[in-house]
Design a protein around this ligand. Sequence first.
Ligand SMILES: *Cc1c(COP(=O)(O)O)cnc(C)c1O
Length: 373
Amino acid sequence: MRAKTWVEVNRANLVHNLAEFRKRLAPKTAVMAVVKSNAYGHGAREVATSILGPPKADNLWFGVDSVDEGAALRKLSRRVGILVLGYTPRSRLLDAVRHDLRLTVYNRETIRALAKIKTRRRVRVHVKVETGTTRQGVGERDLLDFVKLIKRTPGTEFEGLSTHYANIEDTSDRRYAMLQLRRFEYAAALLERAGIRVPMKHTACTAAILLAPETHFNLARLGIGLYGLWPSSMVRDDGRARGIHLRPALVWKTIIAQIKTVPKGTPVGYGLTDRVKRASRIAVLPIGYWDGFDRGLSSCGEVFIRGHRRKIVGRVCMNMCMVDVTDAPRVQLEDEVIVLGREISAETIAQKLGTVNYEIVTRINPLIPRVVV
Ligand SMILES: *Cc1c(COP(=O)(O)O)cnc(C)c1O
């Protein structure tokens, strides 16, 4: 039985990409596979099972955005370290503890709420430091008191200190990233001078792993690179990334739902925005913006059918779109169509839409089946 659209995830490519990044890390540095947002659209479950090593391996962690994502992964492995990177509402703290999830913390209210939870389990927390991204994080001035509050709170354990870079993908100017790194090191030293041990330190994302070994510490958070995609073209083209070969792990496919021949001048789709300039063959595809095929690809997107790129005609609808196959007389009903893959990359689509490859893959509807190949 075949779905009308599906996403193939290549296990060997995921394993290969992970190994490429491990080459750049010291053996003592663990990798956190960042599998938030349904593993950047690749399927959290499918990706996690593809890369999970032996149950005792301590050098692989998972990073998720929410308690729900973490709870789903916990079903796959009882032991693996899972850190919630995003905000956990106070009403969900008990769930987090029950699923043995580590939490990213930066609000005193969160720590006070943790203190009230009635459970015999301890909860391990990672404190996010504000170093200049102006996102989540505790400011330098509040840091020591905040960590002391954690230390005094029964049942909570201070396990890690982290930060996140604002502009490390821009390789033309490293100064801001290095300023953030210095602030992070200063924050860690502040705690250590007060006699507080910082068991884990982590700051690096994909770009930092490749470009700045001084950001690695004992845990590195690998997101986009795991999936075989580059954080930016600048990182890809940087000399320091030489020797790293990434293999995109995702191919999004669909099939042709109908083919019709229409006379010259026929309008195609909502709004009559496109009229065919010659007698044409139009193929209807059963995917649209609900599936994550952006409406911005109306009249300008492309898909790949039987070895050739074919243009989207007219507006992308909610669950359908139309393609010009006039020059492809052999194309027939239920032929396979590559929506995103080697031939039509996430970068190409991102460029058309004025966004980044991250957004293209993460917005593939999670309800579309993921198939590990
Ligand atoms: C998403 C995320 C990452 C991964 O970044 P990539 O550029 O995809 O490697 C790392 N750290 C944090 C805190 C994140 O939110």
